[in-house]
Write a protein that binds this ligand. Structure first.
Ligand SMILES: NC(=O)c1ccc[n+]([C@@H]2O[C@H](COP(=O)([O-])OP(=O)(O)OC[C@H]3O[C@@H](n4cnc5c(N)ncnc54)[C@H](OP(=O)(O)O)[C@@H]3O)[C@@H](O)[C@H]2O)c1
Length: 294
């Protein structure tokens, strides 16, 4: 298949591109910096306009949430790189040839801060007025517009992705390496995590499975509370988890982005499981061992 991956140069995209190329698909990564050497089965391209000559479009683009403090200006960049960019991709699907499917990244931030409530794809969005919840809702709405052109749309609500070379393990693992790791906030908030390999597997499952459409949670079946997550991370790294960082300190240190770490989302991958997807790493301790043991 011909697969276009917008934002495919990042943490998730590079892994996805590798898997697609390995199985014989032809991948074009859309990027703001297309001057990169092509590899076998993979080329780089600027965003451009006009219809897509592709069977599949996967959209992973988005300004990193943890890169900078959330000023009004930075929030506008984070929003535009998701909502406006998705709308621009969908506009290109207005005329033939069209892709059969759009697999669109969204995030579990869609659900907001929900305490111990179990959340599946039928759960309501979080309260309006919370930045990330609003962005996820509008991001999904922009992608859904492709339905009008007969394109199958999958909305992947991604949890905290764990990979060896980036993401949460790297960010949270660094203080642990220096014996200074521990939970943030009350530690009772739920963290819905997913092994990067499973997330990429789920994207492929959504691409290949024509019955899959609409929202699908990209989170492992066993979410953990922050306390348990940090204990497991400490154990996997051979370090103690002992230095809790209170929520108010985190808010002062990081600003509004702290809401991402302090909010609670107990997300279950109901749609993925019903559609026959099997998680290879359903258990956090094993997943961390797999990632850190490499
Ligand atoms: N990783 C996670 O734990 C996680 C969790 C939930 C949701 N997600 C969502 O899943 C998607 C992929 O995640 P990821 O971790 O792979 O992301 P990432 O590595 O931070 O970034 C993905 C790509 O987005 C493009 N990008 C960055 N800033 C941009 C901007 N201002 N305008 C346009 N494009 C921009 C970049 O491509 P170029 O520089 O090549 O243009 C980058 O490689 C993101 O939208 C993210 O919000 C991720």
């Amino acid at each position: 298949m011909k697969v276009v991956v917008a934002g495919g140069s990042g943490f998730i995209g590079r892994r996805l591109a590798r898997r697609l190329v390995d199985r014989g698909d032809h991948v074009t990564i859309l990027t703001r910096n297309p001057d990169r050497p092509a590899e076998e089965g993979l080329k780089w391209a600027a965003y451009g306009d006009g219809p897509f000559d592709a069977d599949v479009v996967v959209n992973l683009a988005g300004e990193n949430l943890f890169g900078k403090r959330w000023s009004q200006k930075q929030k506008a960049v984070m929003r535009k790189s998701r909502v406006d960019q998705t709308a621009a991709l969908v506009a290109r699907m207005a005329s033939e040839p069209r892709p059969k499917v759009l697999v669109q990244a969204s995030a579990i931030g869609f659900y907001g801060d929900r305490g111990d409530e179990m959340l599946d794809e039928a759960s309501k969005p979080g309260a309006a007025g919370v930045f990330l919840t609003d962005v996820c809702r509008d991001w999904e709405m922009a992608a859904r517009a492709a339905n009008d052109y007969g394109v199958r749309v999958v909305l992947l609500r991604i949890g905290v992705v764990l990979g060896p070379e980036g993401g949460a393990v790297k960010a949270m693992g660094t203080p642990f390496r220096f014996f200074a790791g521990g939970p943030v906030g009350s530690g009772r908030q739920w963290m819905s995590w997913v092994h990067a390999e499973d997330l990429v597997g789920l994207v492929l499952h959504c691409v290949d499975n024509e019955d899959t459409s609409g929202p699908i949670n990209g989170a492992a079946p066993n979410p953990e509370r922050m306390n348990a997550f940090c204990k497991a991370l400490g154990r996997a790294m051979g370090r103690p988890s002992w230095l809790p960082v209170p929520g108010f300190v985190l808010r002062v240190m990081l600003g509004e982005v702290a809401t991402v770490l302090l909010g609670s989302q107990r997300v279950l991958p109901k749609h993925a499981e019903v559609s026959g997807f099997v998680f290879r790493h359903p258990d956090l301790g094993e997943a961390l061992k797999d990632l850190l043991g490499r």
